[in-house]
Design a binder for this molecule. Structure first.
Ligand SMILES: Nc1ncnc2c1ncn2[C@@H]1O[C@H](COP(=O)(O)OP(=O)(O)OP(=O)(O)O)[C@@H](O)[C@H]1O
Ligand SMILES: [Mg+2]
Length: 217
């Protein structure tokens, strides 16, 4: 928007100079240079916006359908990341994704994106109170049609006495702030039913937590 407003003001100024017979070659040259700068800025930002809309659209479609389709795991993870990028940025959380390029699977992208999104939302909601250096890492690998995902955050972790309950429906430590306790239960069901896989969590108080998932794909 700033780029467009700037361009608009520049065109007004050059029109005034032209109409008043005051337009010098130097003035025109400066105008053209500024035009180029502004349009490049606008172009970059439009591309970013378009990418964001594409991610939202694809993920929204996938989330409402149980559809099986072929997708590239690394690219899809990056799209999920893009779709929650602004909330991660607002919370100062750095996410790193390590996934080999070119893993293409014929599977359930909607369920896949719900799993990753729920884990990210949980890190945002529960992990980082009182922590400044906030990071999440997502490591992915595939062997013999089994996709392994290791999702870790370096947050406050989960108390040992809660570890056996986190996948239960309605277990939440966040009831007062509107937590329903369904997030990880949904993740558990998607992993075990849709992907015939398994999920476990390793965590200690103040040592972050790690979710280890295997999905049959
Ligand atoms: N990354 C995490 N760090 C610390 N605690 C976590 C993390 N993820 C989950 N938890 C704990 O597990 C509990 C259950 O998570 P779950 O996603 O099922 O429910 P919720 O996030 O509290 O509510 P909802 O997902 O419905 O908003 C949380 O209340 C929290 O105590
Ligand atoms: Mg949750």
């Amino acid at each position: 928007m700033t780029g467009i407003t700037h361009l608009h003001d520049l065109s007004d100024a050059i029109r005034r100079d032209f109409d008043g017979n005051k337009l010098s070659p130097k003035g025109l040259n400066k105008f053209l240079t500024n035009c180029k700068k502004s349009t490049s800025l606008v172009q970059i930002n439009l591309e970013k916006a378009a990418q964001l809309v594409r991610s939202f659209k694809q993920i929204a479609v996938d989330q409402t359908s149980e559809e099986k389709r072929r997708f590239d795991v690394k690219k899809y993870l990056e799209e999920i990341h893009t779709s929650v990028h602004s909330v991660l940025k607002k919370n100062n959380i750095d996410v790193s994704i390590e996934c080999p390029a070119g893993i293409s699977i014929d599977s359930f992208p909607g369920a896949f994106s719900q799993i990753v999104t729920n884990l990210l939302m949980n890190s945002i909601a529960h992990a980082f109170q009182g922590i400044d250096d906030r990071s999440v890492s997502i490591l992915v690998d595939i062997e013999d049609s089994v996709l392994q995902i290791i999702y870790s955050d370096n947050g406050t972790g989960i108390a040992t006495e809660n570890l056996t309950k986190i996948f239960d429906p309605f277990f939440t430590t966040n009831r007062d702030n509107g937590g329903s306790g369904l997030g990880l239960n949904i993740v558990f069901n998607l992993v075990t039913n849709t992907f015939k896989g398994d999920i476990r969590c390793v965590s200690e108080s103040n040592k972050g937590c790690q979710f280890i998932l295997t999905l049959q794909v």
